[in-house]
Design a protein around this ligand. Structure first.
Ligand SMILES: C[S@@+](CC[C@H](N)C(=O)[O-])C[C@H]1O[C@@H](n2cnc3c(N)ncnc32)[C@H](O)[C@@H]1O
Length: 334
C-alpha cells in the first residue's frame, strides 16, 4: 500500500541515494516494515521509549536495514546537520481513541504532547515526505482543532492530504480503520493519490479462517460427539488456557462484543483482549469458545519479547506467565 501511495518511481527518481527514514514512536515496527517493503534502498531509524518494543523491532527488522533505539521523542533534539528524507510515525492514540477510558483526560493526558512533537520535528527537519498514522478519533469534532493546530506548523511547506483507510480493504484479516495523513514538500511539485482498495467488503476480504488455517484445526468445529453439553440460558462456554471449560454469563459487554465470526475479518483488535473469543469446538450444536492466543493476536510478528508487550496484547493478562507453556501459544515465544 505504501508503495502505491508514494508511486515508487517518482521517489526513486527524486531520491537517488539511500532513502533515510525516521520512524517516531516506532513500537514493534509495523509502519517501518511497510516502508522497508516499499523502498528496498532505505535505512530506517526508529525511536520508542518501550524497551520491549525496541527489542522486538530489532529482532524482526534489523535484517531489513531498520534499527530502533530507546529514545524519548519528547526529549530528542536533532543535531543541526541531521536530515531524513521521510518522517513517519503513529503517535500514541490514547488521548484520542474512543476505545480508551483515559481519552477524556484530553490535554492533560501524558501522551498528549507526542502529537505536537511529531509536527515540531517535521517542521524542523523538513523531510520530503511525512506520514502520520492515528485513530479516526483525531478528526472528530472534539479533537480536530488540536490536529489543525499542529498541521499549521507544516502546511506552508507541504501539500497535505488525509484519508481513512480500512486495513481489511487491503488484505488484512482485521477491520481496522485508521487515519493516514500525508504531506509532500511543495518544492517537489508532486501530487499523490491514496490507493484504491484491493479487497472489497465480504466478497474478497481475508477472513479469520483464511489467516489462521495453518494454526487451527477447524475440523474440530464439526465433531459429531455423543456428549451432552448442558449450559444455562444466557451463558456461553469458554475453554481456558488449561483446557478447562467454564460457563460465563453473557454480559452486556459480551453482547456488544460477541465472539468473532471465523468467516469474516476480525473486528479491530484491542490491547485489552479478553473478549476476543473464537469458536473452538462444537458438540452437536453447542459451541465452546476460547480466547485468541498470543500467537494468533500477533500473527504478523514472527518473534516478540517482553512481558509488558505480551500483557498488552495477550488473550488474558492473568495467565501471562502460564501462556509460555500453553498449547495454544506454540513454540514461537522466545
Ligand atoms: C501506536 S504505538 C506505535 C505503533 C507503531 N507505529 C507500529 O506500526 O507498530 C505508539 C508507541 O509510542 C511509544 N511512545 C509513547 N510515548 C513515547 C515517547 N515520548 N517517545 C517515544 N516513544 C513513545 C509507545 O511505547 C508505543 O510503542
Amino acid at each position: 500500500m505504501i508503495k502505491k501511495i508514494f508511486n515508487y518511481h517518482f521517489l526513486i527518481n527524486n531520491m537517488v541515494n539511500q532513502i533515510k527514514i525516521l520512524d517516531l514512536y516506532c513500537g514493534m515496527g509495523g509502519l517501518s516494515l511497510g516502508f522497508a517493503a516499499a523502498f528496498k534502498n532505505c535505512e530506517i531509524t526508529g525511536f520508542d521509549i518501550n524497551k520491549w518494543a525496541v527489542e522486538t523491532y530489532n529482532l524482526n527488522l534489523n535484517k531489513f536495514n531498520c534499527r530502533a533505539l530507546i529514545q524519548d521523542v519528547l526529549q530528542w533534539t536533532p543535531e543541526s546537520n541531521i536530515y531524513y528524507n521521510i518522517i513517519i510515525g503513529g503517535s500514541p492514540c490514547q488521548p484520542f481513541s474512543s476505545a480508551t477510558a483515559t481519552a477524556k483526560q484530553g490535554e492533560k493526558h501524558p501522551y498528549f504532547p507526542t502529537l505536537r512533537r511529531f509536527y515540531e520535528l517535521t517542521a524542523e527537519i523538513k523531510p520530503e515526505i511525512f506520514l502520520m498514522e492515528n485513530v479516526c478519533g483525531l478528526i472528530t469534532k472534539k479533537h480536530q482543532p488540536y490536529l489543525i493546530q499542529e498541521l499549521q506548523r507544516v502546511n506552508k511547506h507541504y501539500t497535505i492530504k488525509y484519508n481513512i483507510l480500512n486495513a481489511a480493504d487491503f488484505g488484512v484479516p482485521q477491520k481496522r480503520k485508521r487515519l493516514i495523513i500525508i504531506g509532500i514538500r511543495k518544492d517537489l511539485s508532486k501530487d499523490f493519490n491514496f490507493p484504491v482498495p484491493t479487497h472489497y467488503s465480504n466478497s474478497s476480504w481475508i477472513t479469520i479462517k483464511d489467516a489462521l488455517k495453518d494454526l487451527i484445526d477447524f475440523s474440530l468445529l464439526n465433531v459429531k460427539e455423543k456428549y451432552e453439553i448442558n449450559k444455562k440460558e444466557n451463558h456461553i462456554l469458554i475453554m481456558n488456557i488449561n483446557g478447562l471449560i467454564k460457563e460465563k454469563k453473557i454480559s452486556r459487554y459480551l453482547q456488544l462484543h460477541p465472539p468473532l465470526d471465523l468467516d469474516k475479518p476480525s473486528r479491530t483488535l484491542l490491547t485489552k483482549s479478553d473478549y476476543f473469543l473464537i469458536p473452538f469446538l462444537d458438540y452437536n450444536g453447542t459451541t465452546i469458545y476460547r480466547k485468541l492466543t498470543v500467537r494468533e493476536f500477533l500473527l504478523s510478528i514472527p518473534v516478540f519479547r517482553g512481558l509488558t508487550l505480551l500483557v498488552s496484547t495477550m488473550p488474558s493478562t492473568k495467565f501471562a506467565p502460564r501462556i509460555f507453556q500453553s498449547p495454544f501459544s506454540g513454540d514461537l515465544l522466545c
